[in-house]
Design a protein around this ligand. Structure first.
Ligand code: NZQ
Ligand code: ZN
Length: 390
């Protein structure tokens, strides 16, 4: 097990009455609030009205920045920073999913940085402070509600970049599983895939003697797999939605990576897909992750993949050789994604091989070396994975 320092400062309010905590949070940080949200789902679902009512109760003065798109764009971030400066905003409140939260993270950091906010995403600048950030979550998926990451796309060249920073942790996050009842099946499915991917990126490590975190991840993955068919069948099943909502936050809050180094190649390969084709992040992962597994299996990955297959996907020990058990685990994972209604090939998503070399080169260039910690990938190897996904 590697040495580590663990701290996650995000305060979580969870459950049916979690929003009742909002007025007290507003009083803590200030009443000049910028509310950041997406394309309008919160107005259709009633979450907007519920949040507004609590903000009024706290006598807050609210400015709004709406129109965050999935795969959120840099230009809206710049508008948000401008609003913060113009109106001396004291608290930014993201209401929505990863896209609204990541936009708000870029705003709270950018507002405390003198240069251009994109510098922070390119590693050309840094900030030590950020404005307080609150979250009201409506989709369990990205885990941004408790993570130190923010992912933004620059429209000029469709460059999608993630930034990890301590100042990205939200100050508080409100998680009411009831707000996720209205998710369309496709978004529920994409969220489930992303949550599992955050666990699997950490699971596939070459680090040894990490039994505790291995078993925490396995338990969390089994929980998501067990509850997924329930929420697909019955979207307003509170208990199943609650399991998945909490799993989504724990998947990415850094606890599961303590003492180990994750892989993250699949995420980087997916980010190129969503940058160039604007596919939903979870949908892209359902295609990339199995292909990555097929690629690493014969390259040193068989033992860990076989453990995953047995403990998470219940492949019996007497199924066959280690390689056969591992391969069956990958087949079962693909079958699970398909049962959620998702494609598991690029062709199935309507994507051909024309931009594979470009995506592979960009993904590897972004990390400035080889991609991934489990089996380090060159650009040629990354191309092979995209082709395996066709
Ligand atoms: O925009 P609105 O109208 O609100 O609709 C959204 C959006 O179209 C809709 N939606 C959300 N909650 C809903 C709902 N519709 C009905 N009922 C509800 N309760 O769902 C759509 C997707 O929303 P989005 O925020 O884009 O989804 P998600 O949470 O999956 O976020 C995806 C983004 O997060 C990034 C991804 O790359 C992608 O850009 N990620 C962020 C991470 C982080 N910050 O830690 C880590 C992840 O690995 C990921 O890369
Ligand atoms: Zn993800």
């Amino acid at each position: 097990m590697k040495d580590f320092t663990f701290q996650n400062p995000t305060r979580i309010h969870f459950g049916r009455n979690a929003l009742d905590q909002l007025p007290a949070e507003v009083k803590r940080y200030g009443q000049r609030i910028l509310m950041v949200y997406g394309g309008g789902s919160i107005k259709r679902t009633g979450v907007y009205d519920a949040v507004t009512e609590k903000l009024q109760a706290a006598q807050a003065q609210v400015w709004e920045l709406s129109g965050v798109q999935p795969n959120p764009r840099l230009s809206l971030v710049r508008q948000g920073i401008q609003l913060c400066r113009e109106h001396q905003i004291q608290l930014v409140l993201a209401v929505g999913g990863g896209s609204a939260i990541d936009t708000a993270k870029a705003i709270v950091n950018g507002a405390c940085y003198d240069g251009d906010v994109w510098d922070l995403y390119e590693g050309k600048g840094s900030n030590n402070t950020a404005l307080p950030l609150g979250v009201v979550l409506t989709i369990p998926a990205a885990g941004s509600e408790m993570s130190r990451s923010s992912v933004i796309t620059r429209e000029e060249d469709w460059c999608k970049r993630g930034r990890n920073a301590y100042t990205n942790f939200p100050t508080f996050s409100i998680l009411n599983p009831e707000y996720t009842y209205t998710l369309p099946p496709f978004q529920t499915a994409c969220g489930i895939v992303d949550i599992m991917a955050h666990m699997m990126e950490r699971y596939f490590t070459m680090e040894e003697h990490v039994e505790l975190t291995d078993r925490l991840i396995e338990g969390a993955l089994v929980t998501v797999i067990n509850n997924a068919p329930i929420v697909m069948e019955k979207p307003d099943d509170y208990d199943a939605r609650a399991e998945i909502t909490w799993a989504g936050a724990l998947a990415h809050n850094t606890l599961l990576e303590t003492g180990r180094v994750g892989d993250w190649a699949s995420h980087k390969l997916e980010h190129e897909l969503s940058a160039l084709y604007d596919v939903a992040h979870g949908a892209g992962l359902a295609v990339v992750f199995p292909a990555w597994m097929k690629f690493v299996l014969p390259r040193g990955g068989a033992t860990k993949l076989a453990q995953f297959a047995q403990r998470v996907l219940a492949v019996p020990q007497d199924f066959g050789s280690e390689e056969e058990i591992a391969a069956e685990g990958i087949r079962r994972l693909e079958g699970f994604y398909q049962s959620l209604g998702l494609a598991t090939t690029l062709t199935g998503m309507g994507i051909d091989d024309s931009r594979i070399p470009e995506m592979a080169a960009r993904a590897v260039a972004l990390v400035g070396g080889k991609l991934g910690g489990f089996v380090p990938l060159t650009a040629e190897m990354a191309e092979d994975i995209y082709r395996l996904a066709l």
